[in-house]
Design a protein around this ligand. Structure first.
Ligand code: AHG
Ligand code: MN
Ligand code: MN
Length: 338
């Protein structure tokens, strides 16, 4: 136990070490975290308050929205738009970026979020989460789309909250990764997992095997070798996990290593990839790299991608350094580039 360091104390102590840090970022982070506590309360009460099931509507992704997709989106927007710290927001659930209403002061940050990640799991009571990414914005201007389309390497902060057996916050501001557990009795996140690091080696992969026939050959090769186990090329057995909640698969990898793949597949040529760059891949890539792991499309570092849209999708390979490097090598050697 880390003698009960609250998130508030942790952020203020970090702020004191960063001479350029102003209090506004600390306040913004507290607003984001307050929204996540409200979401945790809704998620944990579930059908007691009638929030499960579908909303009979579709989002910009053409996906049927769960009631909680909409509820959590509204909680995030209403917890942040009045604070005076934001120039704008973007959400998985909203087509265009979200401007700050004219009656509120604007600030210098942008927050992009997936308000409920893994929502296909909410009705079967498996872990879901909220993922957020913070960028700086030009000041005293109405933000334009281009202000949001920044490379992941420009993020000032990234985090996620996983609503599981414990409600946990995982956060990076570019100075390592720290995990906090929500103490429901006092409503505070407490530092329980300081300086999280991902083992460079692993024997555990995460992929949705039902898409195998649609993968490119480098991914086919890598997974086939894992499945051959110690009699095959790798000389060791592998285990498999697939939660279908990005936050849960990433949290597992942060705690015990592993490699996660949601690769390109040719099921639907209009949607060759599944995960969204701006509010899923980029924040998780920042966290994974800060914890000593790697995050790639298979061909390029996720954090180096210049976005061309708020809802752009990318293939994702992330986790233990040595496995991600092997998978990237399979992609590049197939293209004759390694
Ligand atoms: P979301 O619920 O925000 O749409 O995200 C779901 C994502 C991600 O959390 C998960 O890794 C992936 O979709 C699971 O995809 P499959 O259902 O195709 O396995
Ligand atoms: Mn998601
Ligand atoms: Mn979502």
């Amino acid at each position: 136990m880390t003698n009960n360091v609250t998130l508030t104390r942790f952020i203020i102590e970090q702020q004191c070490e960063l001479p350029e840090a102003s209090g506004t970022f600390t306040l913004l982070l507290n607003n984001i975290v307050t929204a996540c506590k409200q979401i945790a309360q809704k998620v944990s009460r579930g059908q007691l308050i009638g929030v499960l099931g579908s909303a009979d509507s579709e989002n910009v992704q053409g996906e049927v929205q769960k009631k909680l997709d909409i509820i959590t989106n509204d909680i995030m927007v209403n917890a942040l738009n009045w604070t005076g710290h934001l120039a704008g927001m973007a959400s998985e659930e909203i087509d265009d970026f979200i401007p700050i209403p004219p009656q509120y002061k604007k600030g210098k940050y942008l927050v992009l979020f997936d308000p409920l990640d893994g929502s296909s799991n909410i009705d079967i009571n498996l872990a879901v989460g909220t993922i957020f990414s913070v960028l700086r914005c030009r000041e005293a201007v109405e933000p334009e789309l281009e202000d949001f389309l920044r490379k992941g390497s420009e993020q000032v902060c990234a985090g996620f909250v996983i609503y599981g057996p414990s409600t946990m916050l995982v956060l990076t501001t570019g100075h390592g990764v720290n995990g906090f557990t929500l103490d429901q009795d006092i409503g505070e996140f407490i530092l329980t997992h300081p300086n999280m690091r991902i083992p460079e080696e692993t024997q555990e992969f995460a992929i949705n095997m039902s898409n195998q026939r649609f993968w490119e050959s480098p991914v086919q090769r890598y997974i086939e070798e894992c499945l051959q186990g110690k009699e095959g090329e790798r000389g060791k057995d592998f285990n498999m996990r697939w939660v279908a909640s990005f936050v849960a698969d990433v949290y597992r990898i942060l705690t015990r290593g592993g490699v996660f793949l949601y690769p390109l597949d040719n099921r639907d040529p209009s949607k060759p990839a599944k995960l969204r760059l701006m509010y899923e891949a980029n924040p998780m890539a920042f966290i994974i790299e800060q914890a000593g792991g790697l995050c790639s499309t298979g061909r390029e570092r996720i954090l180096d991608i210049k976005p061309d849209g708020v809802h752009q999708r990318v293939p994702v390979v992330l986790g233990s350094k040595n496995e991600v490097e092997r998978i990237v090598d399979y992609h590049l050697s197939e293209a004759g580039e390694s």
